[in-house]
Every structure is written in structure tokens, then in C-alpha cells.
Design a protein around this ligand. Structure first.
Ligand code: NAD
Ligand code: ZN
Ligand code: ZN
Length: 349
């Protein structure tokens, strides 16, 4: 089959690799119908995140059709259209039972093969899905393929970020970063009732999207960001800051903007060796810091009715639709924000 594969720093190939096959009876094989490039793929692309084997099929955001079913799979049949969270989960372990499916003891991340072990990704013609019964979900009526794909990662991640920030109506909330994840975080905060959301980025087109999604915006390059938040909160700072970037500067900005006793909720993946703030800085703000991988399998279930109601135009984050065979260019465009690229949707050739 054809796939977009990792070959070192900023080098993605569109090449032929072995077709996936059923390895355990709880696997299924999915024919990819839509997949996308995520900010998380860029950490691998830029080699900020290391360890993945050369030749690994990239990507963890996909939806498609089941074409082969392992002998022990009960919930799915050939022909079912499915969506998938970006990690697999067993549905039965301690973490799955408490809803933290991202930390399932059998969890695997798509698009991560290291020293021969792991799971190839969704930016490929076919994808092997382990633990299919507990990992996958049928795409429900009233949910499109693209919406299903977004449920599997960034829509759920944005909601999770807002949930971790304990968003309630009233108060001023900040979202740092208006990439696809930050934009979904704005929607997540709205869904939880936030009335005033201030979003920060330095890319004008992304700020325009943030306003469309219901936030006020500050261009992060302007030094008055801090003052704007203070003025809006009687000098205290935001109730919570949701960080969807994954860098020291973004977390430091969050620390500056959060009020004493407030929460920083980070979904940005920062590959630095240390936290962006010191223990005493956290102490001096009585800070609560929440960080981690979104348990998408748990959250997507909850968000289905919201998607069915078409409450928000979530698929408008897809600025570019291309063929899988054009994915190398897709990476370059997304990584370098060429042609105002916000998110790339890839369809099979
Ligand atoms: N925790 C999870 O489960 C999870 C899931 C999906 C994605 N992520 C992570 O979320 C992050 C965002 O993903 P994305 O797809 O939106 O990526 P992206 O790279 O498209 O978006 C990042 C945005 O942050 C902006 N930015 C950079 N530095 C900034 C700063 N100092 N202040 C304000 N804005 C700044 C950029 O201009 C860009 O618009 C990534 O780190 C990704 O790995 C985490
Ligand atoms: Zn992702
Ligand atoms: Zn589990």
C-alpha cells in the first residue's frame, strides 16, 4: 500500500510499504477514507520528538471503512464506517474504567513505531487497528467522515483542555495558540459555558478564525496582551489559561496571564527537558497545572450530540484538501503555514 512515511528531519516520503494484516484476533483493517495532518505530527517531522523508526507510516487522525475483521471482533463488520481516537484502548483496565483512555495499559499511539514495535499511522491507504471493539466507534448518523476524524483527536482535545481548565460561565478565560487545537479549545470552552474567551496567536488568519469561533483576540506580538487581560479582570488575571501550543514561551505567557489560584490547562506537547516555570513561580501563584494526552475515546462519545446538531462549523478548520499522494507538500504547507494553511485534509487517491 501507499503511505506517508517518516525519513528523518522534515523528510516525509510517499512510498509503498507492506500492507497491514490482522496480527491478533482483536484487530481490524481499515481502508482510510480521510486523514489529516496534526500539530503533533510536526513534532516528529521537525525531530523535536525522536525515536520513531524510518519508514513508519505517519499520522493518527483518520476515518474509514472496515475491510477485514479479526476472529474475536464482535462489534464491527466489513463495510462499517468508523472513526478512531488517536490512541488505542482496551476498555477494561483501571484507566479505561475511569475514563483516562489515553493511559490505557495497552494503549498505542498510531504513527509511532520504535525499534520495530508499535503501530503504523493513518496517513496510509490501510490501517491496522488493535483492540478494535474498545478503540473504534461507528460513525453515527448525522456525523460526516471529516467530523468523525476531528472527533478522534482535535475536537476532543480542545474540549478536554477546557474541561481541565474547569471552565464555567462567568470569568475571563484565555486560549494561548489558535492552531486547529486552540480553535477547538475555544469551542470546548464555549460548550462549557464560557462567556468571555480571549485567544492569543500571532498569525492574523488564525486570529480571524478564532473570532469566527467566538473568541476575542489579541495578537501575541503586541506587548499589551498582559494589560488587556488585567484590565478585563480587575487586575487579577484569567480564571484559567488553556495552552494549545507546546512551547516554553506559550506556557510562560499562560503563567503570566493566569490569576493567583487559577489553572493552566496544557494540551500543547512541549519536548523540552524542564517545565517552563520554577516551583517558586508556581507557589507564588498557588497554581494548578494540568497537562497531558487527551483521552479521546472517552470524550468523543460525549461530543457526538454536539456534532450532530452542527452547532459549530468545525470542518472549516480544513483549509486545504489534497490527495494522499500530495501529502509531502501538505506537510510543507502546514509546517510553514504556506498559503495560510491551517489544517490539511488528505483523501485517498
Ligand atoms: N494533549 C493532546 O492530547 C494533544 C492532542 C492533539 C494535539 N496536541 C498538541 O497541541 C499543540 C497544537 O496543535 P495544532 O495542531 O493546533 O498545531 P499548530 O502548530 O498548527 O498550532 C500552534 C499555534 O500556536 C501558535 N503559537 C506559537 N507560539 C505561540 C505563543 N508563544 N503564543 C501564542 N501562540 C503561539 C502558532 O502560531 C500556531 O497557530 C501541539 O503541540 C500538538 O502536539 C496535543
Ligand atoms: Zn493529532
Ligand atoms: Zn485500558
Amino acid at each position: 500500500m501507499k503511505a506517508l512515511t517518516f525519513h528523518g528531519k522534515q523528510e516525509i516520503h510517499f512510498e509503498t510499504i507492506a500492507d497491514p494484516r490482522i496480527l491478533t484476533p482483536t484487530d481490524v483493517i481499515v481502508k482510510m477514507r480521510a486523514c489529516a495532518i496534526c500539530g503533533s505530527d510536526l513534532h516528529v517531522y521537525h525531530e523535536h520528538e525522536k525515536g520513531i523508526d524510518t519508514g513508519t507510516a505517519m499520522g493518527h487522525e483518520f476515518a474509514g471503512e472496515i475491510v477485514e475483521v479479526g476472529g474475536q471482533v464482535k462489534a464491527y463488520r466489513k463495510g462499517d464506517m468508523i472513526m478512531s481516537p488517536f490512541t488505542t484502548s482496551c476498555g477494561a483496565c483501571f484507566y479505561c474504567r475511569i475514563g483516562l483512555t489515553a493511559r490505557c495499559v495497552q494503549s498505542q499511539l498510531y504513527g509511532w513505531v520504535e525499534k520495530g514495535k508499535g503501530l503504523h499511522g493513518g496517513q496510509a491507504e490501510y490501517v491496522r487497528v488493535p483492540l478494535a471493539d474498545s478503540t473504534l466507534m461507528k460513525i453515527p448518523e448525522g456525523v460526516s467522515l471529516e467530523e468523525g476524524l476531528l472527533l478522534g483527536d482535535i475536537l476532543s482535545t480542545g474540549f478536554f483542555c477546557a474541561q481541565q481548565a474547569q471552565v464555567t460561565p462567568g470569568g475571563v478565560y484565555v486560549v494561548v495558540g489558535c492552531g486547529p487545537v486552540g480553535l477547538m479549545t475555544i469551542l470546548g470552552a464555549r460548550e462549557l459555558g464560557a462567556e468571555r474567551i480571549v485567544a492569543i496567536d500571532s498569525v492574523p488568519e488564525r486570529l480571524t478564525m478564532a473570532r469566527k469561533f467566538g473568541a476575542e483576540t489579541i495578537n501575541g506580538q503586541h506587548p499589551e496582551a498582559f494589560q488587556v487581560i488585567l484590565d478585563a479582570t480587575e487586575g487579577r488575571g484569567a480564571e484559567a489559561v488553556m495552552e494549545a501550543v507546546g512551547s516554553h514561551s506559550a506556557v510562560r505567557l499562560a503563567l503570566e496571564l493566569v490569576r493567583p489560584g487559577g489553572i493552566i490547562s496544557s494540551v500543547g506537547v512541549c519536548n523540552d527537558a524542564h517545565l517552563a516555570f520554577s516551583p517558586v513561580e508556581a507557589y507564588n501563584k498557588n497554581l494548578t497545572y494540568k497537562i497531558g494526552r487527551c483521552p479521546a475515546r472517552n470524550i468523543m462519545e460525549r461530543l457526538i450530540p454536539m456534532v450532530q446538531k452542527k452547532k459549530y462549523d468545525i470542518t472549516s478548520v480544513f483549509s486545504h484538501t489534497m490527495r494522499l499522494s500530495d501529502g509531502v507538500r501538505g506537510y510543507d504547507m502546514f509546517a510553514n503555514k504556506k498559503d495560510n494553511c491551517l489544517k490539511v485534509l488528505l483523501k485517498p487517491d
